[in-house]
Design a protein around this ligand. Structure first.
Ligand SMILES: [Zn+2]
Length: 70
């Protein structure tokens, strides 16, 4: 299981990124909300979309590559 976080500040592209705990792009936790513990990146993505349907959500290319869109 991993701990997942969502960046509440959108990227320049307008997307909010999901990170795993410990990711080097997720060090300033001030800008992140804790999503929960999931065994799979896709589960974290589904949960985040359900919680924040108004957000465009993407996975971090570094720590959540399986859900990162091109
Ligand atoms: Zn990351």
């Amino acid at each position: 299981m991993y701990s997942y976080y969502l960046n509440i500040n959108a990227q320049a592209s307008g997307e909010h990124e999901i990170h795993k705990y410990g990711c080097k792009y997720c060090e300033n936790t001030y800008n992140f909300v804790f999503l929960g513990h999931f065994s799979d990146d896709k589960d974290a993505l589904l949960f985040a979309k359900r919680c924040y349907p108004q957000f465009k959500i993407d996975g971090c290319a570094y720590c959540c590559n399986s859900i990162h869109k091109e």
